[in-house]
Write a new protein. Structure first.
Length: 345
């Protein structure tokens, strides 16, 4: 049995980790933490898991966590994660960090969009945990920067076609929509019911912190700097993320070549579902699962490629992908604990 701890387990991503890990056959969840709720039972905050999980929150103490666990998931805001990760790594734990603190290999890019990095010496050992692309490196890693939810939904459809040179990378526009759980548990004026109910709005236009994360991975794969236009939107639903990505096809490329490229990239990858022609991804079909559904079309008027994806921001966009990473890190089958069957409606 793998002994696992979830730090920040009262947050939305942390609670989703608790849900998934409580059903994982090879994991014993030994510690869950929260500063606010230390001493309280998990089901006093999330009654849905009553009788499923019988653990009390403890404080974020690295020494206690190190004794209790082999693998630790940090479901903390950026900056808080890099404050805890070094001590946990030094104690020999494997660390899967859900924040942005270990997602960048370019320290300057991280610092331009976040804050000074307090343990940049750890960045070279961190692996970007997009399992379908970097799975081999994940298998040997002890520190994972779990990808952001928007980057996951944009990179999975886009990376293979960029790598194969099927589109002009200077023309990429990513138009993305997220459910409100993407903003975390803390209520703000933007996420308050009165401001999201019956509302659909863009935010952080032209400056969202996920832009450099997406650009770093696209640039690595294109072998040259790639810049994109990325616009996030908030939609009045709890879970789910849908991305529509537009780019000009390279001369002579057609939809059949896009299909062959994506089929080759994702052959045997259980969590990527390529849809048949004429079917488009829907967040409803991936809710509560680790699937990323991908569809596409070529606009006959402009010849532009339209790539479409849907994920559950809390699962493939956060906790599910984190468990997928853990499975690969410890040598388990990638899908263990992640085999939830989607709701048909
Ligand atoms: N929600 C989502 O869809 C996704 C989230 N993520 C990432 O996962 C991480 C967690 O996000 P999410 O669950 O949404 O956030 P929440 O705000 O819901 O939860 C944050 C958690 O961190 C703890 N926390 C907050 N501030 C600090 C601090 N300064 N030091 C230590 N602990 C702190 C909180 O508990 P307490 O204050 O009690 O200690 C809480 O458990 C973030 O990095 C986020 O960017 C990534 C992809 C998708
Ligand atoms: C709807 C909403 O507000 N979403 C958050 C991003 C989600 C997230 O958790 O960010 P990471 O993936 O980097 O951890 C935002 O736009 O800042």
């Amino acid at each position: 049995m793998i002994r696992a701890a979830v730090v920040g387990a009262n947050g939305y991503a942390g609670a989703e980790l608790v849900r998934i890990l409580s059903g994982h056959p090879d994991v014993e969840l030994t510690a869950i933490t929260s500063r606010q709720y230390a001493g309280n039972a998990f089901d006093s905050i999330y009654p849905a898991l009553s009788t499923v999980i019988d653990l009390n929150f403890i404080d974020n103490d690295t020494e206690t966590i190190s004794k209790a666990a082999d693998v630790v998931f940090l479901a903390l805001p950026h900056k808080a994660s890099m404050g805890m990760a070094p001590a946990l790594l030094d104690a020999g734990l494997r660390v899967v960090d859900l924040s942005a603190d270990f997602r960048f290999h370019n320290q300057a890019a991280y610092e331009a969009h976040y804050q000074p990095h307090s343990c940049a010496d750890r960045l070279p050992q961190a692996v970007y945990g997009l399992c379908e692309v970097y799975g081999q490196q994940v298998a040997g890693a002890d520190l994972i920067g779990n990808p952001g939810c928007y980057p996951t939904s944009v990179l999975l459809p886009l990376l293979p076609v960029v790598k194969a040179g099927l589109i002009d990378p200077a023309t990429i526009i990513a138009d993305c929509k997220s459910g409100v759980s993407g903003a975390g548990r803390g209520a703000t004026a933007t996420t308050h019911f009165c401001h999201v109910n019956e509302s659909f709005k863009p935010y952080k236009v032209g400056g969202h912190r996920h832009t450099p994360e997406i650009e770093e991975k696209l640039s690595d794969c294109a072998g040259k700097p790639v810049r994109i236009t990325f616009t996030p939107h908030l939609v009045p639903m709890t879970r789910g993320m849908q991305s529509s990505i537009y780019a000009t096809l390279a001369p002579g490329v057609d939809a059949a070549q896009v299909r062959s490229c994506l089929e080759a990239a994702y052959a045997g990858r259980p969590f990527v579902r390529l849809l048949p022609d004429g079917r488009w991804p829907d967040t409803l079909n991936v809710k509560g699962t680790n699937f990323c559904d991908i569809g596409w079309a070529v606009d006959p008027g402009t010849g532009r490629l339209i790539l479409l994806s849907a994920i559950d921001n809390l699962v493939k966009g956060a906790a599910g992908q984190a468990v997928q990473n853990m499975n690969l890190m410890v040598g388990l089958t990638e899908t263990v604990g992640l085999d939830a069957v989607p709701f048909p409606l």
